[in-house]
Design a binder for this molecule. Structure first.
Ligand code: DAH
Length: 335
């Protein structure tokens, strides 16, 4: 009887492996493992066999059942894989993978990095969550200074704030690095603005800082002009107007000639003036040098800060600053 059990198992496995479809497989399952199968019959009779034979017989039938079940499972899987492969229709049109593209502000960021690396500037980074010291005090803007009121600041619970400008990175770099330094830094800034088409509570700036022996206002002008021409076109001219910033002395605001070249009296960008206000700059105030441990009698430097959104809006004809942060792919894909 032992021999018969082994025989049953090997025949069953062979038949199962040869099965052509699910239906044949199910019939084989019933035939070999069903209640009326020979194997079950033998299993039921074990109790009536002499005691000495029972263990070996019990083991053999269990083993045979396991082998048959395994063969059934394997075959079911193999049949399913064949069916799935057959269902693949290679004549169906392909699905185009979604290709990403750089956000217009990222494109501008990359371009500015390229322009300034070409002039020997390194790229520095700084935190968006700042402290009052790096955002204001070290930039010659003490707590009672009226300039602080111009920055509607997000103050954080438990101290700290969201940086209102990238000028913080000037301080952080100078604290870490002895002169000379020549860096730009780009990133996000925050102010408590009411959001509309031209204001957002989150925006982007580029900051530049160049400190060395004998850096002059002429270096500042030349650098800003070189940037203007590469950014807005070779014919771009730059105009500097006196202004005030606590951390530069003297301070200026600078304007680029408009892309309408002053030809359109109803130009929506320059309002017919021919000039677009771009950003602020100046010679680093000696008080800032003192705060970071530089000797103001030995070194001079210039700094500038510029918003990115306005530049991108002018270049691409974008009329609403909110678009930049809405994550609408239909907007982003245009650039
Ligand atoms: N941090 C100034 C702002 O956000 C911009 C600025 C002006 C930066 C003059 C400078 C600078 O580095 O020299 O309004």
């Amino acid at each position: 009887m032992l021999e018969e059990v082994r025989q049953l198992a090997s025949v069953a496995v062979e038949e199962i492996e040869a099965a052509r479809d699910d239906k044949a497989l199910e019939a084989l399952r019933v035939h070999h493992l069903g209640r009326k199968s020979r194997l079950r019959q033998i299993a039921r009779q074990i109790g009536q066999r002499p005691a000495a034979q029972r263990p070996a017989l019990g083991q053999a039938t269990a083993c045979a059942q396991k082998a048959i079940q395994q063969a059934l499972d394997d075959k079911a899987l193999a049949l399913r894989q064949v069916a799935e492969a057959a269902a693949l229709d290679v004549t169906l049109p392909g699905r185009r993978p979604l290709l990403g593209c750089a956000h217009p502000l990222s494109q501008l960021t990359d371009e500015l990095i390229g322009i300034f690396q070409g002039m020997g500037f390194d790229v520095a980074d700084g935190p968006e969550v700042e402290d009052e010291y790096h955002n204001f005090d070290a930039l010659n803007t003490p707590a009672d200074h009226p300039a602080r009121d111009l920055h509607d600041t997000f103050y954080l619970e438990g101290g700290g704030l969201l940086r209102t400008h990238t000028s913080t990175v000037q301080v952080r770099v100078m604290e870490q690095t002895p002169p000379p330094v020549r860096i730009i830094s780009l990133g996000r800034c925050y102010r408590r603005e009411t959001v509309d088409a031209t204001h957002h509570f989150a925006f982007h700036q580029i900051e530049g800082l160049y400190v060395d022996h004998g850096v002059s206002f002429a270096d500042l002008k030349g650098t800003i002009e070189a940037m203007g021409r590469q950014l807005m076109g070779e014919e771009t001219q730059v105009r500097f107007r006196p202004h005030f910033f606590p951390f530069t002395e003297p301070s200026v605001e600078y304007d680029f000639t408009c892309i309408c070249k002053g030809q359109r009296t109803n130009c929506s960008i320059c309002k017919g003036t021919g000039w677009i206000e771009i950003a602020g700059a100046g010679m680093v105030d000696p008080a800032v040098f003192t705060a970071v441990g530089y000797d103001p009698d030995e070194y001079t430097g210039f700094a500038f800060g510029m918003g990115l959104e306005r530049i991108a809006m002018i270049r691409h004809g974008i009329d609403d600053v909110r678009r930049f942060l809405e994550n609408d792919l239909r907007f982003i894909r245009q650039f």
